[in-house]
Design a protein around this ligand. Structure first.
Ligand code: SF4
Length: 201
């Protein structure tokens, strides 16, 4: 059976796709197939919107703090399916809804996507992980090439207009303390909140 949703840290995580335009050097997918206590997050096929809603319905949302679109792939590969699921969640619950993303949705969809999140997504958490476009290319290896870093920053800045909470993160083992401070400045310059997150093995 596929793991579409799983619980961890007072949140319900939603795993809708294994697609991703990147190949980050620190990607968990390279050395294991689960997160926290989940079963394998490799999907036999992508679940339909209805299957995701049905899976969410199996949880008592009153005892969790948030629902996070995350999983083993880049969630915004299915951005418009996520928004359908999020609308369904909003129709039945006030639970907070977050997307964890690499921030490349505009390149995936070839348009400005942040406005589409308005009123549906409560928080976006974007991986920053580098202080400049060259280092980003080396660490994240996006298929879109050198323009990816600026596109990610633009998406982040636009999200701050449409989403109430916008975070940027770096993985502690991937960046030096000095780079983390530079990342903090970059993050604040686009209006997001900065967080250093531990690498989960
Ligand atoms: S963006 Fe996320 S899923 Fe994609 S390679 Fe990087 S860490 Fe892995």
């Amino acid at each position: 059976m596929m793991t579409i949703t799983y619980a961890a840290n007072k949140g319900i995580y939603v795993n809708m796709t294994n697609r991703c335009p990147c190949a980050c050097t620190f990607c968990l997918r390279q050395n294991k197939d689960y997160v926290f206590d989940s079963d394998s997050l490799w999907l036999d096929r992508e679940p339909t919107v209805q299957e995701v809603c049905d899976s969410i319905d199996t949880w008592d949302l009153t005892i969790y703090d948030e629902i996070i679109f995350c999983g083993y792939g880049e969630p915004t590969e299915r951005l418009y399916d996520i928004l359908e699921v999020a609308k369904y969640i909003k129709s039945k619950s006030n639970i907070r809804i977050r997307i964890n993303t690499n921030g490349l949705a505009d390149l995936i969809w070839n348009k400005s996507t942040a406005p589409d999140l308005k009123g549906i997504i409560d928080e976006v958490s974007i991986s920053l992980n580098a202080t400049n476009k060259e280092d980003y290319l080396e660490v994240v290896k996006p298929k879109f090439g050198i323009e990816s870093y600026d596109a990610m920053l633009k998406f982040t800045k636009e999200c701050t207009q449409y989403v109430s909470s916008v975070m940027m993160t770096v993985v502690d083992t991937v960046t030096s303390k000095e780079d983390q401070e530079k990342c903090r400045e970059i993050c604040e310059s686009v209006g997001a909140t900065f967080r250093v997150r531990p690498y989960s093995k």
